[in-house]
Design a protein around this ligand. Sequence first.
Ligand code: ADP
Ligand code: MG
Ligand code: MG
Length: 446
Amino acid sequence: YLMEKMNKDLQAVNLEEPLSWQAYNYAKVSFKIVGGTLSGLTIDPKSVTIYPSVKAPVEYSMQRSGTVPGVGLVHAPFSLLPTHLPESHWRQACELAPTFNELVDRVSLDGDFLQDSLSKTKQVDDFTSRLLEIHRKMMEINKEENIRLGLHRSDYMLDSETNSLLQIELNTISASFPGLGSLVSELHRTLIDQYGHLFCLDSKRVPGNEASSQFAKALARAWDEFNVDRFDGKTVSVVYFRAGYTPNDYPSEAEWAARLLLEQSSAVKCPSISYHLVGTKKIQQELARPNVLERFLENKEEITKIRKCFAGLWSLDDEEIVKSAIQKPELFVLKPQREGGGNNIYGIDVRETLIRLQKEGGDALAAYILMQRIFPKASLSNLVRGGVCHEALTISELGIYGAYLRNNDKVVMNEQSGYLMRTKVSSSDEGGVAAGFAVLDSLYLT
Ligand code: ADP
Ligand code: MG
Ligand code: MG
């Protein structure tokens, strides 16, 4: 039915004409399938009418692989060969994964820390406020999550000036691409096995990547732990969120009610509301304050290792740092409490936004954090999009997956679980494959 509807809608799309929301959504899905995008949209909020860009049919007709409109396949964008990474940095990132998993768990248990750290943000950010509201309700009823499942991805860039691996962020909800990431590693190994001798490459230098099966294993084991004679065919044991991390996923009160219902349930939630909140940029910044890690971890060596990968992170109630960022905006990234790419502010926009927020007064600044901008070394890569390969100057971001499963006092699983390399043209500020900035990649140890 969906395909039929999409076909009809696509045939009906006259790009000079506005589209209904429904037609737009079908068309968007169809264009995605054939590798095109409906870009450059202007939306008239009064009539909820959408005017698509006239560029769309060109992309559509060039990239479709099928003959029926709306039906076709296109590969995800990828890098033709893996990106070089020093083995020492690879080991460092892998070693951090179990500690970050444990840290997320410990922080998640400190409800007051989460509420206090986000209390100002709540005043100015509706989305965070709604999440905190659910969290507060759970605190009020002393809701306990005995079985806790985390499927995380900690992202890093290699800072060229200091040659250090610095964390970009820690994703605790909907960490993407364990599936495609594993496949790209396999693709690179296969390509090197076939043609590597031409470039003196050895496929053994591409680390194995079991991200998808490791995540599947963690989900299955959570189900296993939950299994206490309730399979009456009705009880839901594990809830995995592949959505719910952006305000767009909650278009009405119904979605918020569903989120609350899931949170109230006894099912294992990946993530629970607490795990979700631990992954916010604000908590990342709070954890980087002096003596905060010590509240959650005992092992001094682990604390030192974690702190070593923290970039400069600042709350905007620090007037000095706001002043510095207005003076030298190119050295900072301004981040709101959002996920999924495309939300951060860079360069001259940092200055303008900070000045505007200062004028607004109140707690307007509290919706954001400031982060030191990391500058990785650029190198040449071959990027493949829509079947076409082109060379570009690129930078890369390494993501390390971590799976964590705990049942009361028993840590069932705490592992580094594969990786994801994403590579983007060096002139682009943002990352994100789905957001259209980066390509999937893997790594080659040097
Ligand atoms: P999101 O949760 O939306 O993915 P991120 O913090 O990962 O937010 O930022 C998105 C992208 O912006 C990253 O993938 C990276 O390419 C870029 N970025 C984020 N922080 C920095 C930074 N401190 N320095 C340089 N680039 C950054
Ligand atoms: Mg994120
Ligand atoms: Mg990110």
